[in-house]
Design a protein around this ligand. Structure first.
Ligand SMILES: Cc1cc2nc3c(=O)[nH]c(=O)nc-3n(C[C@H](O)[C@H](O)[C@H](O)COP(=O)(O)O)c2cc1C
Ligand SMILES: [Mn+2]
Length: 490
């Protein structure tokens, strides 16, 4: 049975010993971040173990409890998807992809809705929802009633960090849901940090082409059952409904309810909903914001969200996350995405054996890819494939290794990749779109990428010297020594 809503998941976390309640008053301005950091990154904990989810029952200045670090471990991500291992989700996706085999990756993903339809994972419209227990409009609205975090000292203000931002494609009417951070400017206004390559930004541009003086409806849900809450960050193709995907993940349709003041629908089980619009001719300075990179994202010009109506559960729980120096909660969310979407990648590029994105690489800075190399230049073909694959386009450095390198063992990767390199020959530069948060790029959103071909070099690639074998002891000797081991007194 799917989790009905966020609090049912909170109960499950608590039962599993994965959540702690903080009864003391703690300030959402900086203090909650510091407490979360100490718990989530506690180095005294056993290596590999990470801190629990935290429910702050008394955030200073608010009557709403605050939930953070909800998904901050591999175990909790698996719990969110109701599986024992993330690979179980990957296996379900593999199953879908195996059903039929159309050509392009895009077609395959496009087919998901059709297949999902069979399993009736499509969102279901409902008349009413708990998210409407309280309805506030106009001057009754005050976003500061919620314990919205100011995460880091130089942040430009308080930021809503775990929103589901709903828009509709003005041309097709198709829904998009994205997780885009929102700086609170005043009681009823926030920023809307959809980066230029994201689907929300595309809806905004298309609407603006039609009517530059107009507006686009936007609704924002905060806090929902885990699969739904996580759907906003999934890197799925445009016009594929994240709510359908959430239904697939939770194996039950997401129930959607119409908004009070615009034509959008939101999850009926949401804790808090902000309804409103974004003017197509209005931009405002947003930031700085202590970001995923571990550095402050600089100020930038972004659209502005005007809130016209707030609805929420009577005893709403405010869900948020802290991003900052890696690893943070978002690492575990990103790691789940890496595992879950690997089958989709492998389907299109069967030579890909495995991929890894180390936490320190902040997802977009480093991808290690193991391939089964079959022809000259194969590693470079894979780099180009990754640079044109959805949000993997942002990958700044790609290191391609042979299939017998364990990409999750970073010391093995560093050792073998460096041994396999003639840097001048094996490094490939390319230009293309960059993550908006990349502060080293020559300009915002555009810059260079580097691919490192760390595979064995072949004669057919112009390598004329012999390539040595890796040193491995022979099995007979190993067996003989195993036999005499006890007598060696070691
Ligand atoms: C905690 C968190 C915060 C995020 N903040 C932003 C953000 O402010 N702006 C943005 O464009 N993407 C942000 N992202 C990444 C997007 O959610 C992600 O790229 C998603 O796939 C976008 O949805 P879309 O493909 O429908 O546009 C964030 C992700 C996480 C996990
Ligand atoms: Mn999308």
């Amino acid at each position: 049975m799917a989790y009905r809503d966020l609090r049912e998941f909170v109960k499950a976390l608590e039962k599993a010993g994965e959540l702690e309640r903080i009864k003391a008053e703690v300030d959402p301005v900086l203090e909650i971040t510091e407490v979360t950091q100490r718990v989530a990154r506690d180095e005294s904990r056993k290596k590999g173990s990470v801190g629990p989810a935290l429910l702050f029952e008394k955030p200073k200045g608010s009557r709403y409890p605050l939930l953070v670090n909800t998904f901050g471990s591999v175990k909790r991500m698996a719990m969110a998807f109701e599986v024992s291992e993330l690979d179980d989700v990957a296996a379900r996706i593999r199953g879908l992809l195996d059903t039929k085999s159309p050509q392009g990756l895009f077609d395959k993903i496009k087919m998901l809705p059709k297949l999902a339809e069979l399993g009736s994972f499509f969102p279901k419209g409902v008349k009413d929802g708990e998210c409407k227990e309280v309805i506030q409009k106009g001057s009754d609205i005050n976003l500061f009633e919620f314990p919205i975090l100011k995460c880091w000292p130089q942040d430009g203000g308080r930021f809503i960090t775990f929103p589901l931002v709903f828009t509709k494609n003005p041309e097709t009417g198709k829904r998009n849901v994205g997780m885009y951070c929102m700086q609170v400017y005043d009681e009823r206004t926030t920023g809307m940090h959809w980066q230029t390559q994201k689907h929300g930004a595309e809806h905004f541009r298309r609407a603006r082409e039609k009517n530059p003086e107009g507006r686009i409806s936007v609704s924002v849900a905060i806090g929902a059952d885990p699969a739904t809450a996580l759907a906003g960050m999934l890197p799925i193709p445009p016009d594929l409904d994240e709510m359908m995907f959430a239904g697939f993940l939770r194996k039950e349709p997401v129930e959607m309810v119409e908004c009070e003041t615009n034509e959008l629908e939101v999850p009926a089980n949401a804790e808090i909903v902000l309804e409103g619009y974004v003017n197509l001719n209005e931009m405002r300075t947003e930031g700085p914001f202590g970001d995923h990179t571990g550095f402050y994202s600089l100020e930038g010009e972004f659209p502005v969200f005007h809130v016209e109506c707030v609805t929420h559960k009577k005893d709403a729980m405010y869900m948020t996350t802290v991003v900052g120096p890696p690893p943070q909660e978002d690492f575990y969310m990103g790691h789940a995405v890496e595992r879950v979407f690997l089958p989709v990648m492998k389907m299109q590029y069967p030579e890909i054996v495995d991929v890894a994105m180390p936490a320190e690489g902040i997802f977009h800075n480093l991808m290690i890819v193991a391939i089964r190399k079959s022809y000259p230049g194969h590693a470079r073909k894979v780099m180009n494939a990754i640079w044109s694959l959805g949000q993997a386009m942002f990958t700044k450095v790609i290191v391609v290794v042979d299939h017998d390198v364990d990409v999750h063992n970073y010391s093995e990767v560093v050792w073998k990749a460096l041994c396999a390199l003639d840097p001048e020959r094996d490094v490939q530069f390319s230009l293309g779109p960059m993550d908006t948060l990349d502060h080293a790029a020559r300009m915002q959103d555009f810059g260079s990428k580097m691919g490192v071909d760390a595979t064995r070099k072949w004669a057919s690639e112009g390598f004329s010297r012999p390539w040595p074998d890796e040193i491995l002891m022979d099995e007979e000797t190993k067996a003989r020594v195993a036999g005499m081991w006890a007598s060696l007194g070691l």
